[in-house]
Ligand binder design. Structure first.
Ligand code: SAM
Ligand code: SF4
Length: 475
């Protein structure tokens, strides 16, 4: 096995590609199943230390059923220990589906001539956001195809619209982005518009497989995409999200790629990604993929648990691509953010479209189409604390200056307290009676647990102020 020193990586130069497929495969192929070391590795992670590539491969190679259970239990324990029981909620908003690329897995690909192309007008964006606010959403991720129309100025423009829309007590307090890679100047522009996270998925970290799936347009360029978040960092945008589209290639390799990407950002910029996403390919118009690497539900649960342990301090996002039952299971292994009330069809939050789901109107098919309130109901029933908190980024607690993880008691003092306050707003403004009953009970239970960590009297005081009409109170 080759030796790749983790600490003094000459390969980790700023703005330079950093994936060496042989390196990643070497780790996977030459790290043997070893129960003792697996347990030590889980313990290291529970001690809040990020895992090395070799340790990640060790977990990947653990196939014994009991050992996999221990990995999952480790992820559950870590989630409880670090993140508590809160789950942050958001919704995606598709702004435009014009696209010059030809990704073989995506319904928006340029060669799909049946796709109904649309870019929301400014007025339509306002309507969509009002509808989202009416449901109680506070955090959005705006999504765009890759097209000259959707340049940095346009993205910044739509972000500003999103922040400007206020309806009743409704407002959007954090706007994240999922769009094509920009140049440094472009990232600067969107940062100035006040975005939260800029999310770009590498899709597959394997360069040759990447080439097979990306047939045209700018997205063909693997390196341009791989170094995108370096350019974001160079532009001062230190809040970035990475991801891989699972099922395109061997899931074990993609997990290693995600950890390698994390190492790279840490080595060069002293800050890891804010979030990791792990979508699996879903059915889409003109979907053209072999299915050779389809990730089973069991492997999916395992890989989520491994990612949780490998990068203990990074947020993990699980989307409505997965069905409700699977989401319910996988959330336990370390997920910190989910979407609720998701609709992918352009303009569909504000219109009640009676037509059948039509793949030519959507990028891919989602499998969890429950309303935000239904998602919240289930979270409450399972002792999770739904949160719409946006405090950290608004108080500048991002990037290397802040890792919620590294400050003792931080989660309880700030995250849980803010989750309670934002849930209070939801219960007062939007929840039906039954949900409100469950919500108040959850709030009481969590307040009791906060004794000794936060001034519970002050939280109660703020809950009363919210009931009296004040909003946006946070720690
Ligand atoms: N167009 C931009 C891009 O490709 O980066 C941004 C948005 S794209 C609409 C968001 C993500 O959706 C892609 O990065 C890809 O991982 C995912 N996606 C595309 N087709 C999918 C499918 N059939 N099933 C699940 N996810 C898919
Ligand atoms: Fe375009 Fe993104 Fe779909 Fe690729 S994944 S075809 S870039 S919208």
């Amino acid at each position: 096995m080759k030796f790749y020193p983790e600490k003094c990586r000459i390969k980790d130069e700023r703005m330079k590609p950093f994936i060496d497929p042989d390196e990643l495969w070497d780790y996977i192929n030459n790290t043997r199943q070893d129960p003792v070391r697996v347990r030590e590795t889980i313990a290291k992670s529970l001690d809040k230390q990020r895992l090395t590539l070799e340790e990640t491969a060790l977990l990947i190679n653990a196939t014994d059923t009991d050992l996999v259970e221990e990995i999952k239990q480790g992820a559950r324990d870590l989630k409880k220990k670090i993140y508590g029981n809160r789950i942050v909620l958001f919704a995606p908003l598709y702004i435009g589906n014009k696209c010059t690329n030809n990704c073989k897995y995506c319904g928006f690909r340029a060669s799909n001539k049946e796709a109904i192309r649309k870019t929301l007008s400014d007025e339509e964006i306002v309507k969509e956001i009002e509808a989202l606010e009416d449901n109680g959403q506070k955090r959005l991720i705006l999504v765009y195809g890759e097209h000259p129309e959707y340049d940095a100025d346009y993205i910044a423009h739509t972000v500003r619209i999103a922040y400007s829309v206020k309806k009743g007590h409704g407002e959007i307090r954090r706007v994240n982005i999922n769009a094509a890679p920009l140049d440094i100047e472009g990232f600067r522009k969107v940062k100035q518009a006040g975005i939260g996270t800029y999310q770009i998925f590498q899709e597959t970290y394997h360069p040759e497989v990447y080439r097979m799936y990306h047939l045209g347009g700018k997205k063909k360029d693997y390196d341009w995409r791989l170094t995108a978040l370096d350019r974001a960092q160079e532009a001062g945008l230190d809040d970035v999200g990475i991801g891989a589209l699972f099922s395109l290639y061997d899931w074990r390799f993609e997990v290693m790629g995600l950890v390698r990407h994390t190492n790279h950002l840490e080595a060069c910029y002293n800050v890891g990604p804010h979030t990791i996403s792990f979508p699996r390919v879903q059915s889409a118009a003109m979907l053209d993929f072999e299915g050779k690497y389809l990730v089973s539900d069991a492997d999916f649960a395992k890989l989520v648990a491994i990612l949780r342990l490998a990068v203990p301090y990074t947020g993990m996002i699980l989307t409505a691509r997965e069905n409700a039952a699977l989401r319910k299971e996988v959330i336990q292994y370390g997920v910190s953010q989910i979407d609720g009330g998701t609709k992918l069809e352009l303009g569909s939050y504000s219109q009640s479209l009676n037509q059948e789901q039509d793949l030519n109107r959507e990028q891919f098919k989602i499998n969890d189409d429950r309303s935000l309130n239904e998602v919240i109901d289930e979270l409450l029933e399972n002792d999770f604390l739904p949160s719409f908190c946006t405090a950290c980024y608004r108080l500048g607690r991002t990037g290397e200056h802040f890792m919620e993880f590294s400050v003792p008691g931080f989660i309880k003092r700030f995250c849980t307290a803010n989750a309670i306050l934002t849930l209070t707003e939801y219960l007062v403004d939007y929840a039906p009676e039954e949900t409100a009953k469950k919500g108040w009970k959850t709030i009481e239970e969590n307040l009791i647990k906060l004794e000794g960590f936060q001034d519970v009297r002050e939280i109660r005081n703020r809950i009363e102020r919210i009931k009296q009409g004040e909003r946006d109170l946070y720690f």
